[in-house]
Ligand binder design. Structure first.
Ligand code: PHE
Length: 345
């Protein structure tokens, strides 16, 4: 018994020494397996128990238990110490490193242009108006004097909302719903709500069933202008448009009017633009807007007296303007949310 007792005490002391000497958590675990594992030294000591005389077994058993507990406690202490050490040696604060900058966001280039346009027209006395993206066929076409058989109404060109009301022909108010194809329906909303004179600019999103390519998208932006007063003439239209484009794109910008047709203006024109940016890219005239004198038929729809009031209206594509201003040749870039592109503006 005294032999076995000595062996057990040595085993415990060796174990405690090895625990104290373990260099890291892995070494510590090896010590644990060696002493407390299923085939470890302490278990081996317990296995000697049946070989002892009966009266000696309780005292030896108690000793073996003490040894096991002492080792387990020491292992546990060391393990906690290693864990705390690991935390302490984690990433430290290095005050000599350069700071991490924050990026300040900015408005999308399309929003920047809209803001600029609104600002310029604001100085010319135009208020901002808006209208819904989902329109009725009445506002998008009928009240703008667009004939029932006009190709723009075709489902090939316009997004209609399924099962939404009835088409009633050019005479009735068609409440069939669609995504507006231009901002011109807002002309009608504004004139229905207020008596003349009117001077508004209307930025907004438009939708067309176009094949997507470098210059077309199913979703784009326009802004509409409407000026109704006594004695408004084509001279006002031309002068104001020219002033606007020079403000936006620089004094060397040139503007050209070509006769055109829109059902809601008469006479109608298309505006072509020529700017230093365009010239530097080897382009001559770029078609940028539609415009004209408000058709008296539209005045009749909204209850304005065409004998008293005249007006001009125009509509232009914001992406188009952005492309001219910044020399961008693919409209899709505006909608891809690629920060490498957007950060340039
Ligand atoms: N709405 C027309 C278009 O989208 C542009 C336009 C607006 C033309 C106002 C004349 C007057 O093409």
């Amino acid at each position: 018994m005294s032999d076995l007792r000595q062996q057990l005490e040595k085993l415990r002391d060796d174990g405690l020494a090895e625990i104290a000497a373990a260099a890291d958590a892995a070494a510590l675990d090896a010590v644990r397996v060696k002493y407390l594992g299923r085939k470890g030294a302490v278990q081996a000591a317990f296995e000697k128990l049946p070989t002892l005389p009966k009266e000696e077994r309780p005292a030896f058993g108690a000793l073996a238990n003490q040894a096991r507990e002492a080792l387990a406690a020491a292992l546990n202490d060391r393990k906690t110490a290693f864990e705390a050490g690991a935390r302490k040696s984690g990433p430290k604060l290095d005050l000599t490193l350069p700071g991490r900058g924050t990026t300040v966001g900015r408005p999308h280039p399309i929003t920047q242009i809209i803001d600029e346009v609104v600002h310029i027209f604001g100085r010319m006395g135009f208020a901002v108006a808006d209208g819904p993206d989902i329109e009725t066929e009445y506002y998008n076409f009928d009240a703008l004097n667009t004939p029932a058989e006009h190709p723009a109404r075709d489902i090939q060109d316009t997004f209609y909302l399924e099962g939404s009301g009835k088409r009633q022909g050019a005479s009735g108010q068609s409440n069939r719903l669609l995504l507006r194809t231009h901002t011109s329906p807002v002309q009608v909303h504004v004139m229905e709500k207020q008596p003349p004179p009117v001077r508004v600019v209307v930025p907004g999103r438009c939708y067309r069933r176009d094949e997507i390519d470098a210059t077309h998208h199913v979703n784009f932006h326009q802004f509409e202008g409407l000026y109704v007063d006594r004695n408004v003439s084509v001279a006002n239209l031309k002068g104001d448009c020219e002033f606007f484009f020079k403000q936006l794109l620089g004094p060397e910008t040139r503007v050209r009017f070509r006769p055109h047709f829109f059902p809601f203006t008469e006479p109608s024109f298309e505006i072509d633009l020529n700017s230093p940016m365009l010239r530097s890219r080897g382009k001559e005239w770029l078609e940028i807007a539609g415009c004209g004198m408000v058709n008296p038929r539209v005045f009749e729809y909204v209850g304005y007296d065409p004998e008293q009031w005249t007006g001009y209206a125009f509509g232009m594509g914001v992406e188009r303007i952005a492309m001219v201003l910044y020399g961008i040749d693919d409209i899709r870039l505006f909608y891809e949310n690629d920060l490498r592109f957007l950060r340039q503006f």
